[in-house]
Write a protein that binds this ligand. Structure first.
Ligand code: S3P
Length: 173
């Protein structure tokens, strides 16, 4: 029997890839990370794509990759933090998977991303202000899309993954 995909959404630094990998391992599912998929496809990193092609082109690539990744069931998929912005992506995510929002505080994001050099949107004078602005804009969208909301603060990835699995509806696990 095949299961709907489990899709992790949330801001940069919320642990989507780390937690997604653990969930996939425990449920014997394939794990995919949309950013990694784009990097593998293009042979360059996300920062370079932003640099050369600009954010809109990156968003086009991201939408294409979501269609491809969600075309198959039984996966655990970590999305990029901005993938929920486009209406077409929102509809696709809703239709093709069970959506888990990793709800993370700004402080925790900062702790994880303080020294980040890979995320183009954070290469600014004040990454905290940028993260805050993005969260303000996107958190309502994450909440609206989510089938399950998990607070991630002060909890280790292993526990969070176990908690998510416990709370998945029976037809998803
Ligand atoms: C972005 C998040 C990143 C990556 C890109 C843009 C965003 O993914 O897609 O740097 O707009 O929030 P992560 O959420 O995996 O860091």
């Amino acid at each position: 029997m095949s299961h709907r995909n489990i899709i992790l959404i949330g801001p940069m630094g919320s642990g989507k890839s780390t937690i997604g990998k653990i969930i996939a391992r425990r449920l014997h599912r394939e794990f995919q990370d949309s950013d990694h998929f784009i990097e593998a496809r293009t042979g360059v990193d996300i920062a370079r794509i932003f640099d050369v092609e600009g954010e809109q082109k990156f968003r086009d690539r991201e939408s294409d990759v979501l269609i491809e990744l969600l075309n198959v069931n039984d996966r655990v998929i970590a999305t990029g933090g901005g993938s929920v912005l486009r209406g077409e992506n929102q509809r696709l995510l809703k239709q093709k998977g069970y959506i888990v929002f990793l709800d993370t505080s700004l402080n925790q994001q900062m702790q994880r991303l303080r020294r980040d050099k890979k995320r183009p949107l954070l290469q600014t004078e004040n990454p905290r202000a940028r993260l805050e602005a993005l969260l303000l804009e996107r958190r309502p969208v994450y909440l609206e899309l989510a089938d399950l909301v998990i607070k991630t603060d002060k909890r280790v990835a292993r526990r969070l993954a176990a908690d998510i699995i416990d709370r998945l509806p029976e037809n998803i696990k």
